[in-house]
Design a protein around this ligand. Sequence first.
Ligand SMILES: [Zn+2]
Length: 220
Amino acid sequence: MCEATREILWASARGAVLKQNPGVALALRTGAGQATYHRFDPHRKHHLITYGAKMIAAKHQPETAQGWLSTREIQRRDYFGGEVSVVNLLAHTCCHEFAHLLQHSAGQRRYGSVHNQHFYVCLDKLHRTGAADATRTFLKDGALALGLLLPSAPFRFPHPGEECSPWQAGDLVLFGESKHEKRGQIIRVNRKTCTVAVHSPGRILRYRVPLHLLRCANTA
Ligand SMILES: [Zn+2]
C-alpha cells in the first residue's frame, strides 16, 4: 500500500502538490495497530501517511470491515461500482488517505471538519480519473508477485432487518394457537413476515405472518 501510494498516487499529483507547497515530501509507513491516518509535519514539511497492520486485517472480513468509513464510502459513493472486497477496500484506503494529503495541500483541512466537501471533491476525483483503479491494479499485481492472496470477491453484508430467514417458499407452516391454529404454505418470504396461503373450503386465504410466529408444520 505504501508503494502503491508513492508509485501511483504521489507520482501523478507530486507536481501540483509541490506547486502549492514547495519543498514538501511524502513519508509512508506501516503501523502495528489499527490507526490509519495522514498527518502533516510542518517542521520537516512531511506529509506522513500511516497504514495500520490491524486495519488491513480488519478489512479482510465483512464483519470487521463493516465498521470502517472506507466500506461506507465505497457503498454510498459507488466507488468501484459499489463493490466492497478486500482489494477494493485496500485500494480505496490508499485513496482516502491520499485525498487527505491533497485536501491539506489545498489548505482545506480545518479543525473539526476533516471529511468535508473538499475532501470528497479530492476523493471523487481520484476515483473518476482512474487513479483508484491504477492503485487497485498495482496492489493486485504486487500481491501476486509476492504470492499473497488479495481476494477480489465482493463481501456480502447482511442488510438491516434481513435476519437470515429460515423460511423459504413452499415450506409448510403452522401459526396461531389452539383452535385458531392455521396450517398453510409459505408463498413468499418478505423482510419481516412471510405470506402464507391457507386453504379453507372453497377458497384460499392469504396471511402475512411475522417470522417469530411461524412454526414448522413438520415438527410442531
Ligand atoms: Zn479520513
